[in-house]
Design a binder for this molecule. Structure first.
Ligand SMILES: CC(C)(COP(=O)(O)OP(=O)(O)OC[C@H]1O[C@@H](n2cnc3c(N)ncnc32)[C@H](O)[C@@H]1OP(=O)(O)O)[C@@H](O)C(=O)NCCC(=O)NCCS
Length: 176
C-alpha cells in the first residue's frame, strides 16, 4: 500500500524521520541544489567526480528510494554556519531492508569535531523508532575513524568478508 505521503508500506517498518536536529546539526532529505556539495564530497574520495547531471540524477533516485524504502541517507548541515558538511543515514548497502547499514561521510575539513558521532547517534535513535532489531555497518579494515565512530555509538565487530579490495569488517548493533 502507498500512503498519501508516498510511503510504500509493503514492508513492516515505520518510515524513518527525514528531518532531524541534534545540538549542532540539521539532518534532512537531499535537495537538487545539494548536487554541488555531493560532487565535491565524492571528489575528496580521489575517484572520478560525477557530472552535475549524474549528481542530480543520483539525488532524484535517492529521494525516490527514500519514499519506497522508508530509509535514506540524509544531508548534514551545521546549524550555526548553515553549511553542508556531509551525510549520514540508513541504506540497504550490502545488507537488507530489514537489517540495513548505517553509513556516513563528511568533508575532510569537518573531521574530528564529533560531527559524525553526533549525526550517527540520532540516526540510531531513528532506526530504533522504525521498529528494527539490528543495524549493520561494513567498514574497510584500515578505516580507524569509522570504527571509532561505530564503537562510540554502540557497535561491535561481528565478522569479516574479503573481496577484490581486501578485508571488509561487518559491525553490528542489536537494538533493544
Ligand atoms: C568516518 C568519518 C565520517 C568520521 O567523521 P568525524 O566527524 O571525524 O568523526 P568523529 O569526530 O565523530 O569521531 C571520530 C573518532 O575517530 C578518531 N579518529 C579519527 N581519525 C583517526 C585516526 N587516523 N586514528 C585514530 N583515531 C582517529 C577521532 O579521534 C574520534 O575519536 P574520539 O572521539 O575518541 O577522539 C570521517 O572520517 C569520514 O568522512 N571519512 C571518509 C568517509 C568514510 O570513511 N566513511 C565511512 C565508510 S564505512
Amino acid at each position: 500500500m502507498v500512503t498519501k505521503e508516498g510511503y510504500d508500506l509493503t514492508n513492516n517498518f515505520t518510515p524513518m524521520e527525514f528531518y532531524l536536529k541534534t545540538e549542532r546539526l540539521d539532518l534532512g532529505m537531499w535537495e537538487e541544489s545539494d548536487s554541488i556539495w555531493f560532487r565535491q564530497l565524492v571528489g575528496e574520495r580521489g575517484i572520478d567526480i560525477p557530472t552535475l547531471d549524474d549528481a542530480r540524477n543520483q539525488i532524484f533516485d535517492a529521494r525516490k528510494r527514500a519514499l519506497e524504502q522508508g530509509i535514506s541517507l540524509l544531508t548534514i548541515r551545521r546549524r550555526d554556519e548553515g553549511d553542508f558538511i556531509g551525510y549520514c543515514g540508513l541504506v540497504i548497502g550490502r545488507s537488507t531492508l530489514e537489517e540495513p547499514e548505517i553509513a556516513f561521510e563528511l568533508f575532510r575539513n569537518s573531521h574530528r569535531q564529533g560531527y559524525a558521532t553526533e549525526a550517527a547517534s540520532v540516526i540510531m535513535d531513528c532506526a530504533i523508532a522504525t521498529g528494527r532489531h539490528r543495524i549493520w555497518s561494513t567498514v574497510r579494515a584500515w578505516n580507524v575513524a569509522s570504527f571509532r565512530v561505530l564503537e562510540k555509538i554502540g557497535f561491535e565487530r561481528h565478522h569479516s568478508t574479503w573481496d577484490e579490495r581486501g578485508e571488509l569488517v561487518w559491525n553490528v548493533r542489536e537494538l533493544k
